[in-house]
Design a binder for this molecule. Sequence first.
Ligand code: GLV
Length: 316
Amino acid sequence: MKPRIVIALGAAALSKWSARVQEELPEADVTTRDAERETADDTATPADYALVWRPHPSFFLEQSRLKAVFNLGAGIDALAAMATFPRSVPLIRLEDAGMAGPMAQYALAVALRYAYRFEEYAQRQAQRQWAPRRPFAPAEVTVGVLGLGAIGGAVARALVEQGFQVRGYARTRHESGAVRAYSGPAELPAFLTGLQILVNTLPLTADTTGILRREHLERLADGAHVVNLARGAHLDEADLLALLDAGKLAGATLDVFAVEPLPAEHPFWSHPRVTVTPHVSGVTLLEDSVRQVAHKIRSLERGEPVGGVVDWKRGY
Ligand code: GLV
């Protein structure tokens, strides 16, 4: 039988995605559903596979025979928090799918900016001060990467390639070349201690929510820089602002926020040491994602196992 696929995305993206999925899987029957529609359609045709990004909870009320759900992003936190999401159906997240390379470059840009003291010169510039200082060599800068999955692993490797000293932290041990590996809560303090740059790529789970809080950020080197590429809820915003204002931290580059879009009145917008980017470090790429999902649907149809299946016990 033809596999039936439903794609639930924002209305603007639907036709492009459905055309591409249909092209990649000509044997499938592809339909679309506006992810934002708030009412469940009782007459919707039951699909085998759903491809979704943050659909309205009503979507899962109208799809009761799904064999698998593909999350068209890396982070599954929105679905994890959705009461209507059917936990018995395998949820499969994107693995890299072209996101890891750009995220590694984003992190590298921040690390080089730190090494060249751009942040410091921005403060000097505001006072019209000409104050040259030797840049740090990458080997003099220790960067910690929180999370060593498809994304964090790529970030750590890119930093190593440029000569930075890199530590990596993950739930379980990941030994990889020049990255000094730390794992589990007991090793978190040693991982954090003395880092000049901390880059967060962790999945959002009960264990990682609020991990960027005072108790942990205070362990970083004086004048450290914090980079959040994962989820706003990893960061305690008040703690970050207090540590920046106290001079403990020199800066932060934030791509994700507790509330997105970042509200107009939020203090991050005007903070001289905070760089705000609008959740752009790792966008879902249509081509790479469709190819990855199509490959996995074919594997599932043949009864073969696929990667990226969410393990609800660990939360990602
Ligand atoms: C984006 O934030 C994603 O999770 O893919």
